[in-house]
Design a protein around this ligand. Sequence first.
Ligand code: HEC
Ligand code: HEC
Length: 244
Amino acid sequence: MYSNQTLTEKSKKAGRHFSGWLLISLLLGYVGSAIAGEHHHFIPGETRTGAYIFHNYCSVCHGDRGDGQSRAKDGLDPPPRNYTTPESAIELTRERMIHSVTNGRPGTAMIAWGSELSAAEIENVVDYVRKTFMKLGNNSAAHTVPDSKLLASRGGVLYMQSCAMCHGETGARDTTGRMQPPPRDFTSPAVIAELTRKRMIASITDGRPGTAMMGYGSQLSQGDIEAIVDFIQSAFMSGSTPKQ
Ligand code: HEC
Ligand code: HEC
């Protein structure tokens, strides 16, 4: 797959990124087993799990909890990515992560892993990080698509037509794209506590200035807007008392 020439170049590059930090690590005496330099080339036919790869190759910088809180972080500028922030959930699409892990991030300690890990292993570790650490609305098993009766209601049909592309079919928002702020996650307890029925109607009618949430007051009747709010409350916010 890689010529010897490319491999040597890659190792040299990795060596440069690491040298300063490795020196500090050595001084402090905590060089993890999985740092570059120890080149475990993947064995064809053997595909290691995402959990194995993460805890052997990645946690040394990204932290055991994926929050970037590792001992290595102080020596690194930019610091290792904290996967648990809302920004990471929005910015880091699966595709981008696979690309960054394969090719590295030039000028940072995030080296290319394309010669250490097979394509399948890179997908495994990316999926492990996404599932374990990233706060991705739609990915959570706790969120389910509303039942068919609710979906068939007037509010359900309108929601799926006009709102689901941002807020998600499960109300826990669709995290692809780069919206800042992100769409509200209707299933989050903090959001449920904040969003009164009155406030939702006002926000849907007039929009939220400076955000991707536009006003629907000129497209939808007051009755339609109330029907959507009924749907959001019963489909996504149930379990808590609907706010008046
Ligand atoms: C030597 C420290 C180090 C190790 C080991 C390391 N990373 Fe990183 N990683 C970083 C740093 C630093 C960044 C931030 C780079 C930036 O800001 O562009 C980063 C960023 C990332 C990103 C986000 C990239 C983007 O597109 O913004 C992903 C995903 C990632 N790392 C995954 C991994 C995985 C998976 C492994 C293990 C196979 C790993 N990292 C190992 C230091 C490390
Ligand atoms: C283009 C993406 C997008 C679409 C489409 C969209 N929203 Fe939003 N929505 C957002 C974003 C982004 C926010 C967060 C705004 C903020 O933080 O102030 C938001 C916030 C909200 C809020 C909370 C507002 C508040 O007061 O905090 C409600 C309620 C809402 N949307 C309902 C809807 C409904 C109902 C529809 C369909 C009729 C819809 N949204 C369509 C992106 C979208």
